[in-house]
Design a protein around this ligand. Sequence first.
Ligand SMILES: CC(C)(COP(=O)(O)OP(=O)(O)OC[C@H]1O[C@@H](n2cnc3c(N)ncnc32)[C@H](O)[C@@H]1OP(=O)(O)O)[C@@H](O)C(=O)NCCC(=O)NCCS
Length: 182
Amino acid sequence: MLRGADSEIAQSISIEIQPTRTLPEEVQNHIGEWMHRIFAGMDVGIEWAGGDWSILVHVNGELVSHVNIVDRVVRVGGRDVRLGGIGNVATLETWQGRGLASIGMRTAQAFMCDELGVDFGLLLCEEDLIPFYRRLGWQVVSEPAVVDQPGGKVTLHHIVMVISCQQSEWPSGAIDLCGLPW
Ligand SMILES: CC(C)(COP(=O)(O)OP(=O)(O)OC[C@H]1O[C@@H](n2cnc3c(N)ncnc32)[C@H](O)[C@@H]1OP(=O)(O)O)[C@@H](O)C(=O)NCCC(=O)NCCS
């Protein structure tokens, strides 16, 4: 059984990991509209990066939960750090509270750490979701994230959380995501 899955649906869950650009156009459009519906009202005026990898969680063949990974080299305290940037974490409302986003997140974490071989994961979130990500092994760092926007570099107000992939400590210093946020 999948760790953390609601026992009623555990047998019906399947997980797909795909390079985002290779997903069929209709699937990309469907996910794009879904993410727009959820996130457009939350972070008005911020331009976001697309994902490099998509983690798709299905129940009985229906896409119900989603995570993106962005593979990027960023600057932390003046050093290059290769990150798996986690974004677009979402579960359809009717399927929430059954462990599906946790399964998608654990899959994303294992994939980016073991297959992609990144040094850390990094995600941006609001305060209320800190306990959810903490339960999955993430920790808050105090430095805000500086990101690129069409008008130049800006500092985001979001909470920055990281997870170590290779047992190294998160470096201290300013975080520049060297591109659009995710
Ligand atoms: C956050 C989200 C992805 C969780 O999906 P899920 O499949 O229900 O997640 P799980 O079942 O693995 O875990 C559920 C836990 O998430 C936490 N959680 C979800 N939404 C939360 C919120 N708005 N505030 C605080 N905690 C929240 C709760 O601890 C919940 O536990 P509970 O069911 O015992 O109350 C889902 O609620 C969602 O799609 N929200 C809208 C999009 C969003 O905010 N994404 C995160 C962007 S950083």
